[in-house]
Structure formats: structure tokens, C-alpha cells
Design a protein around this ligand. Structure first.
Ligand code: MG
Length: 380
């Protein structure tokens, strides 16, 4: 079991829940990294007494430094600070819960130090899955997924041999607009898009869940994490979010992982794995479950999912381009600068316009990411 943690993105949704789980388990939090929410970072720092707090935003970092001047906590700014938190000596596990491709470099740095990676940053594997998995294997670093679906698949595959797996059944709720046609979604507001029926999550991932880009990103992540091809993964819409994903074995047996939809449970497992500890979360009450239902995804209403699956098949930097373009477009949508349906257009156009290259070179991957961001800023 993990003894000491570094939490990257400690003020976000996953980060805050990780803090709660760490406190419940009595785990030491040695380093924190956050963005602009200085008040919350200060509160976390004073409560958890980490040795290091990194703040990505330079101005916010100097503010926090002043605020924490009466403590011996070191405050570091920028990417350098984020990497410092990722490789912090005392931590044996790094929770990568920052949003966006900014998580890539610190994750690679932590892998190099053989830290356990409790992986909650999707973009890391979507952008650089081949590189990251290869690096983790070479360095002997464990990657334990935090995302509920991948945590489910990970658990369903525990103790299985590679040849036993027939396919992965990746479940998704279908988001708040399930059953609605694309043309009906033209005037969706950010507030409507972030109201997820089952999960309480950050704004970016909530919009991705609405467009089902989130499921597309998870599709790509699953390929890398579990070493399977796009043909080995089937997306199943399951509106109740009770089954968090399943695996079908070659003999027709299906193994599922179930639980209440609370991210705290997979977070805790990523920290206690391979052990289990009592948790503070609700248990499933089967007598109260009305029904578990399943549908096929509607690719016409959720073209982002189809786009992501196409990019997965295309390989190279296509998924990275798509993800970076989507990230910019989602933030523009959240600021009211772009219509909801234009998120897909931005991602699809970027994939169309920017050539995908076959590479596992970090600089080339970052260049593809940058090109996609610039493309969307210029054309949308
Ligand atoms: Mg998920």
C-alpha cells in the first residue's frame, strides 16, 4: 500500500476527493500541485502540511508564497514546479489529476522515478499512450487507473491471462443529452452541458461526457492501458452508471465491476492496490436498483465518439490532435465563445487539417498538440 502521496491537481474534483481519501486512509500527502484556486490550496497546505506546493500559474504562485510565508512549505511555480511535485522524493505514488495535456511531462518524470502513477489525467495516454506505456514498462513503474471505467476493467482483468480476454465492454451513461438529436442540441448552454445525471465532475470532463468525447478518450486510453486494438473494445451505453465496465472472456463469461457512482472508490483502490480497505463511501443497495439497462451508442447524435474511434484506428498523432483541439473548443464553449455543436466541428476539422505522424517522440507529440490548439484558436 502507498505510504506517501503527491497530488497533481489537488484543487480539482479528483484532487479534492483524493485529499479526502488520503485523510481517511491516514496517508501522508507530501506534495501538492494546483492551479489558480489559491484559497483552497492554502487551506489544503495548512491542513496536510506537505513539504512542497507547486502552483502552475506564476502570479498565483507568488501570492501563495506570501500567504504561506509563516510556514516552512516550499512553493514553486510553473511546469518546473509541477515536475518537482511529480518526482518529489518522499512520495511513492503520484496522483495525476490535472486537466489537459499539461499532465504529460510530469507523468513521464514520475514514471522515470518509478513512482506508482494513479492515473486520472486522460490526455496523458490519449496523446502519448505508446510512449508512456513503453516508458513505464522500461522503468518498472506501475500505472493504476483512477478513471472509473479503466479502474473497473483493471479489476476485472486482475488474475487473468492475456489469452483469456475476448473483448472489453466500455460502459458510459450517455450523458445529459442521451436520446436527443444533434440538431436539438444547437443552443445547449454550458450550464446544461455540465449537469451530469450520475457523476459529479469538473467542467471540462462534464462537457466531454455530454458530447461523449469523454467515452472516445476513454476508448483510446483503454487501448493503451490494456494493450488491445480498437476491435477489442465495444462501447455500451448504460444510463444508470452502476456497472463501471466489463470484460468478456473467450469462453463467453462476462465479468463486471459494479458500485455506486462515486469517484472516491476507484481513487481509494488506486492508492491501496493490491490491498482493499474499508471506505467511507456508500454501498450499492440492490433492492433499491430499479433496472440496469443497456443501449448501443448513437453515433449520429454523438459524432465525437465516432471521431475518437476513427482517430484510434488511424494511430499516430491523430488522437493527440483531436484531444488538444477538443480541449480548446470545450474551454471556448464554457466561456460562451463557441456553440455546443461546434466543439465537434473544431475537433474534426483539426484532425482533417493537420497531418497525423507516426511517432513516439515527445517533442513531435507536443508539436502536434500545439498545432491543433493554434488551429482551433485561428479558425473558430
Ligand atoms: Mg470515466
Amino acid at each position: 500500500m502507498v505510504k506517501s502521496l503527491s497530488i497533481l491537481g489537488s484543487t480539482g474534483s479528483i484532487g479534492r476527493q483524493t485529499v479526502a481519501v488520503a485523510e481517511h486512509l491516514g496517508m501522508r500527502v507530501a506534495a501538492l500541485a494546483g492551479g489558480k484556486k489559491i484559497d483552497l490550496l492554502e487551506e489544503q497546505a495548512r491542513r496536510l502540511h506537505p513539504k512542497l506546493v507547486s502552483v502552475f500559474d506564476e502570479d498565483a504562485a507568488s501570492k501563495l508564497k506570501t500567504v504561506l510565508a509563516d510556514t516552512d512549505i516550499k512553493v514553486l511555480p510553473g511546469m518546473e514546479g509541477l515536475i518537482e511535485a511529480a518526482v518529489f522524493d518522499e512520495a511513492d505514488c503520484v496522483v495525476t489529476a490535472v486537466s489537459g495535456s499539461v499532465g504529460l511531462k510530469p507523468t513521464l518524470a514520475a514514471i522515470e522515478q518509478k513512482k506508482r502513477i494513479a492515473l486520472a489525467n486522460k490526455e496523458t495516454l490519449v496523446c502519448a499512450g505508446t510512449l508512456v506505456m513503453k516508458h513505464a514498462k522500461e522503468c518498472g513503474a506501475e500505472i493504476v487507473p483512477v478513471d472509473s471505467e479503466h479502474a473497473a476493467i483493471f479489476q476485472c482483468l486482475m488474475g487473468r491471462q492475456k489469452g483469456e480476454l475476448s473483448k472489453i465492454l466500455l460502459t458510459g451513461s450517455g450523458g445529459p443529452f442521451r436520446g436527443r438529436k444533434r440538431e436539438e442540441l444547437e443552443n445547449v448552454t454550458p450550464q446544461q452541458a455540465v449537469s451530469h445525471p450520475n457523476w459529479n465532475m469538473g467542467a471540462k470532463i462534464s462537457v466531454d461526457s455530454a458530447t461523449m468525447m469523454n467515452k472516445g478518450l476513454e476508448f483510446i486510453e483503454a487501448m493503451h492501458l490494456f494493450g488491445v486494438t480498437p476491435d477489442d473494445i465495444q462501447v455500451v451505453v448504460h444510463p444508470q452508471s452502476v456497472i463501471h465496465s466489463m470484460v468478456e472472456l473467450v469462453d463467453g463469461t462476462v465479468i463486471a465491476q459494479l458500485g455506486v457512482p462515486d469517484m472516491g472508490i476507484p481513487i481509494q483502490f488506486a492508492l491501496t492496490y493490491p490491498d482493499r480497505c474499508p471506505s467511507m463511501f456508500e454501498k450499492l443497495e440492490f433492492s433499491k436498483l430499479k433496472a440496469l439497462t443497456f443501449e448501443e451508442p448513437d453515433f449520429e447524435s454523438t459524432p465525437c465518439l465516432k471521431l475518437a474511434m476513427d482517430c484510434a484506428r488511424k494511430g499516430g498523432t491523430a488522437a493527440c490532435i483531436m484531444s488538444a483541439a477538443n480541449e480548446v473548443a470545450v474551454h471556448m464553449f464554457l466561456r460562451g465563445e463557441l456553440g455546443y455543436n461546434r466543439i465537434y466541428d473544431a475537433a474534426a476539422d483539426a484532425v482533417e487539417a493537420i497531418p497525423s505522424v507516426e511517432t513516439s517522440d515527445l517533442d513531435e507529440i507536443i508539436a502536434a498538440d500545439t498545432a491543433a490548439r493554434e488551429y482551433v484558436k485561428e479558425h473558430f
